[in-house]
Design a binder for this molecule. Structure first.
Ligand SMILES: Cc1cc2nc3c(=O)[nH]c(=O)nc-3n(C[C@H](O)[C@H](O)[C@H](O)COP(=O)(O)OP(=O)(O)OC[C@H]3O[C@@H](n4cnc5c(N)ncnc54)[C@H](O)[C@@H]3O)c2cc1C
Length: 430
């Protein structure tokens, strides 16, 4: 049986590897080397377009746990990462060239994988297909996806504010209130005194930021990073995203400026820093944003980032199996599906392939639970209660809560132990 995979990136390679091993005739399409996205610079498969770090490798970290789940499913990305590993403390970092070369060679060596170098511009719902063309999907295919699913269901976001853990906020300093008390109080407010704001402002405008790549500059015109906005003057912030009007403190005082925190998930474990899309270096984000009153000990689920990022409205379009709700033959995996990060993208490729196989064999889908990281990610991105969807990476905040209170250090171990046990049990059907 034939399966078409579009995109030989991290997700597409995992999907091709899994399905080829299952005996399918895989047609793997990539526009390389005829055409490259602005961030891709080699002709290899599974290219790491930016950092060479695949993040934390310990089992008390959600991304480390995700790696273990992938290994249990025979991940080619993990196989290659272990062989091309470079020294990076608790992180799994790789020699990016060796990493991609190994995957390219292994996939090309499979007799039932046919690589087709072509820019795909159409989707054929009659052919079983996994679309894994990533955050920089080429424009003609973007248009085809827009037409296929309807314009509204295709997001094109380029900026993300940092997300922090709700339990790391100092609730003695922040307060719940909506501006002018309109509607239900939905925001926690971090109030600045004038002195606190001046220190914060000084550090913000002088913090280290990534350089914008040429292709990114136009993309960001309509969506300004907080540090660039700040450089236009203090008032741009205090009359803009940090405006304090209508946000008096519970004791009646008027703060000089206010940062608002909005819950980012239905279970209220994470906050988004409203209006804080940023291009600052990650360590700088931690240093400067911890100067916000109430966030002195903030732990970051993910840092703000800005880059072109194409992703679908997964809660509307996808099932938790990465299969499209309205087109049984079509699966969408990788960053395009709304997961975020190298490892997350790769893992979704395996998960989609498993379910493509099960669908073609007439078997029940495999839907992993929220005890596992792979299950939590797919259930998060396809949660129909999410109204304004933003991509998500692996973190413990999206897992099903533990039913008992534990000290922080214990919780990670408990999450991890429970995830491994649940995963082993749930994949027994494979
Ligand atoms: C600039 C940038 C930097 C990033 N940095 C990081 C980082 O440091 N760490 C991290 O964890 N994540 C990072 N990400 C996010 C994400 O993890 C990566 O983009 C990851 O590579 C996504 O994997 P993927 O398989 O979904 O897509 P990709 O790995 O991008 O693979 C998609 C493939 O599809 C091909 N393709 C695109 N359109 C077509 C078409 N029409 N026809 C045929 N082929 C097509 C491309 O050539 C590419 O090979 C970054 C993203 C961007 C855009």
């Amino acid at each position: 049986m034939k399966v078409k995979i579009i995109g030989a990136g991290l997700a597409g390679c995992e999907a091709a590897w899994y399905l080829a091993k299952k005996g399918y005739e895989v047609e793997l399409y990539d526009m390389k080397p005829i055409k490259r996205s602005p961030a891709h610079s080699t002709d290899n498969f599974a290219e790491l377009v930016c950092s060479n770090s695949l993040k934390n490798d310990s089992l008390t970290n959600a991304c480390g746990l995700l790696k273990l789940e992938m290994e249990k499913l025979g991940s080619i990305v993990m196989e290659s990462a272990k062989l091309s590993r470079v020294e990076a403390g608790s992180c799994l970092a790789v020699d990016r060239t060796l990493f991609s070369e190994y995957i390219t060679k292994k996939i090309k060596s499979l007799p039932n994988v046919k690589f087709i170098s072509e820019e795909v511009k159409e989707i054929d719902p009659n052919i079983p297909t996994i679309i894994a063309t990533g955050p920089l999907t080429s424009d003609p295919l973007c248009d085809a996806i827009k037409n296929f699913f309807g314009m509204d269901d295709f997001y094109f976001f380029d900026a993300q504010a940092p997300i922090i853990y709700a339990d790391s906020v100092d609730y003695d300093k922040v307060y719940l209130k909506s501006r002018y008390d309109k509607g239900e109080a939905a925001y926690y407010n971090c109030p600045f005194t004038k002195e606190e704001f001046e220190i914060f402002y000084h550090e913000l405008v002088n913090a280290e930021a990534h350089d914008f790549k040429d292709f990114e500059i136009n993309v960001f015109e309509g969506c300004m990073p907080i540090e660039i906005m700040a450089k236009r003057g203090e008032k741009t912030l205090t009359f803009g995203p940090l405006k304090p009007v209508g946000l008096r403190k519970p004791n009646g005082e008027s703060p000089y400026a206010v940062v608002q925190l909005r819950f980012d998930d239905a279970s209220k474990t994470m906050f988004n820093l409203v209006g804080f899309q940023t291009h600052l270096d990650f360590p700088e984000q931690k240093r400067v944003f911890r100067l916000i009153p109430g966030l002195e000990k903030a732990r970051f689920v993910k840092y703000g980032r800005m880059h072109k990022n194409t992703f679908i409205n997964a809660p509307k379009i996808l099932k938790p199996t990465y299969q499209c709700k309205d087109y049984d033959n079509i699966f969408i995996a990788g960053q395009l599906s709304g997961v975020e990060g190298y490892i997350e993208s790769a893992s979704s490729g395996i998960y989609a392939a498993i379910n493509m196989d099960r669908y073609l064999q007439g078997k029940d889908p495999l839907i992993l639970s929220r005890k596992t990281i792979m299950g939590s990610l797919s259930l998060y991105i396809t949660d129909p209660n999410i109204k304004e969807f933003q991509p998500m990476n692996a973190n413990f905040g999206i897992l099903e809560d533990l039913d008992v209170a534990h000290k922080k250090v214990d919780r990670k171990e408990l999450y991890s132990k429970r995830a491994i046990e649940a995963f082993d049990e749930e994949i027994k059907c494979l």
